[in-house]
Design a protein around this ligand. Structure first.
Ligand code: MG
Length: 157
């Protein structure tokens, strides 16, 4: 078994849709980024790649490459799962915590988990998404952005 951890954060900006875990979530602001800025997908992609010893999202999908401009980050996660498969592993399980003061995300957690599991080739019950606030503290508490932590485990195929 192999374990990987991923972290990502993105800043809120006006004029973009908010996309987390592949779900378009109604909010006054979206997240700044080169792709769709889906911090949930990005953190999980880093966890999956890290568990395989395969580097990180920036190495595989650099933001200097126009191919990934406005990319669907679920597609990047799917590609990361393929990288892992090439190395002889499959994703066994993943756990994600998304930290945002607003909007409230708990109602979207199951839909995010199902979309992420589909990308990874896991059963829905093998991917967990949890939503928390930061109790008003720091950049998250001030509503400046969101942060995400993800853990993934791999097993031999
Ligand atoms: Mg990111």
């Amino acid at each position: 078994m192999r374990v990987g951890i991923g972290y990502d954060s993105h800043r809120f900006v006006a004029g973009r849709p908010l996309v987390l875990g592949g779900q378009r979530i109604p909010h006054s602001h979206g997240l700044a980024g080169h792709s769709d800025a889906d911090a949930v997908a990005h953190a999980l992609t880093d966890a999956v790649l890290g568990a395989a010893g395969a580097g990180d999202i920036g190495r595989h999908f650099p933001d200097t490459d126009p191919r990934w401009t406005d990319a669907d980050s679920l597609d990047l996660l799917r590609r990361a799962a393929a990288v892992v498969a090439e190395r002889g592993y499959r994703v066994a399980q993943a756990d994600v915590t998304v930290i945002a003061e607003r909007p409230k995300l708990a109602a979207h957690a199951d839909a995010m988990a199902a979309a992420l599991a589909d990308c990874l080739g896991c059963a829905a019950g093998d991917v967990s998404v949890k939503a928390k606030t930061n109790e008003g503290m720091g950049f998250i508490g001030r509503g400046e952005g969101v942060a995400v932590i993800a853990v993934a485990t791999l097993e031999a195929r």
